[in-house]
Design a protein around this ligand. Structure first.
Ligand SMILES: NC(=O)c1ccc[n+]([C@@H]2O[C@H](COP(=O)([O-])OP(=O)(O)OC[C@H]3O[C@@H](n4cnc5c(N)ncnc54)[C@H](OP(=O)(O)O)[C@@H]3O)[C@@H](O)[C@H]2O)c1
Length: 353
């Protein structure tokens, strides 16, 4: 691990805190009950000892990625706005924390940058100021990465976040990376974020744009929000339930990020979704079955639209049927192909999440 020459850096040791602010119901309870696979196993495709910079490393995806890299013996630098934000670190690991990218010197060796930072999209309604924060936060961090890339003597590769919202609101047609888009707020955010990140290519940097689907795990993201009502038998589909939800298990998400770092031929937009997307109706029924509860209470579309507007329309009532064509063609093998196998791992065969 590097020395820590700057004031705004700290090497943090394990202390058992939990990342706050995910708005997750019962997350500590779920986390305490589940014995997760060793995170180091998610990194088996990455040989040697790499140095990876992760922005948003304190987030839902980032925490698991950082844990995987650190447990497997790779070097990790986490960019965070708050160095006191920490989570249970892999035992014995030392992770370098920076609060500014200019704390990284031009001669330092970084092999990959994973750019996940940005204002949360699904934690509150899309007011005008929330929309601005969603966009500006992503562009700001990505612009800072471009500045870092320009001055680094050894150029790393870049994996930069995006989402399947890039494709816009769609019906039943299967979408691959070659598909076109439809305008909406989610598309606009993703398109501008991708355009900014793609400027790295002009610096000779291999750039992957992760069009991420709904990332599922028991202790964060959408699944954790659904678990409590479903456990009380109060769950149900949104609207007609006919819209598609392209999901990915968080561990496959981390493995796919590792795969893109390890595979030199992978670049450009890459769908980060499981090979078998499901409709909202299918997902809610599968979740209810996994919890041994009924899913009897559908949530009608009109009050959602009335109260939440575009937020409801884009995140809850519409979707995309996305296929991970490039991931599969580049040799990536998903561990969780069906929603049933993913939920069985996340919730457990007893249904006691
Ligand atoms: N989870 C999903 O289902 C999903 C689906 C599609 C796309 N994505 C995208 O993938 C990325 C990672 O997802 P995630 O679920 O891990 O996100 P997350 O849990 O919300 O974490 C993102 C991180 O970004 C940083 N951040 C938050 N607000 C910020 C702001 N205003 N300015 C700068 N940084 C800010 C935070 O780190 P610090 O507080 O430490 O600075 C936070 O830990 C996100 O950009 C998300 O949009 C996620």
């Amino acid at each position: 691990m590097n020395d820590l020459p700057h004031d705004d850096e700290a090497a943090l040791q394990p202390h058992g805190a939990v990342v706050p602010g995910l708005g997750v119901l019962s997350s500590a309870q779920h986390g305490a009950r589940m014995a997760r696979p060793d995170p180091a196993l998610l990194c088996v495709d990455l040989p040697g000892r790499r140095m990876v910079l992760v922005t948003g490393g304190t987030g839902f995806i980032g925490q698991r990625l950082v844990a995987a890299l650190a447990s497997a013996g790779h070097g990790v630098i986490v960019l965070t706005r708050d160095r006191n934000k920490a989570w249970p670190w892999p035992q014995g690991s030392v992770i370098r924390i920076v609060t500014r990218l200019d704390a990284i010197g031009p001669s330092e060796r970084i092999d990959a940058i994973v750019n996940l930072a940005g204002e949360p999209i699904s934690d509150s309604p899309w007011t005008r100021s929330k929309r601005q924060r969603i966009l500006r936060s992503r562009l700001k961090v990505t612009r800072e990465i471009l500045r870092l890339l320009a001055r680094l003597e050894h150029k790393p590769m870049l994996v930069s976040g995006s989402a399947i919202g890039w494709y816009g609101l769609r019906g039943d047609e299967p979408l691959t990376e070659a598909s076109d888009c439809r305008p909406c707020f989610s598309h606009d955010i993703c398109a501008r974020w991708e355009r900014m990140a793609s400027r790295a290519e002009a610096l000779g940097v291999r750039t992957v744009l992760l069009r991420t689907g709904l990332v599922l795990d028991h202790d964060g993201g959408m699944l954790a929000r659904l678990l409590t009502p479903f456990k009380f038998g109060l769950g149900g589909r949104f609207g007609s339930g006919a819209h598609w939800m392209s999901w990915i298990h968080r561990d496959d998400m981390v493995r796919l990020i590792i795969h893109t770092i390890a595979t030199p031929g992978v670049k450009g937009p890459l769908n980060a979704t499981a090979p078998e997307p499901v409709t909202n109706r299918h997902l809610t029924q599968a979740l209810a079955r996994a919890l041994h509860r009924p899913a009897l209470i559908p949530i009608p579309a009109w009050p959602l639209r009335l109260v939440l507007g575009d937020f409801a329309q884009e995140l809850l009532l519409s979707g995309q049927r996305v296929l991970p064509q490039l991931a599969l063609r580049s040799g990536f093998r998903f561990r969780y192909v069906t929603i049933e196998t993913a939920l069985a791992e996340m919730i457990g065969s007893s249904g006691q999440a």
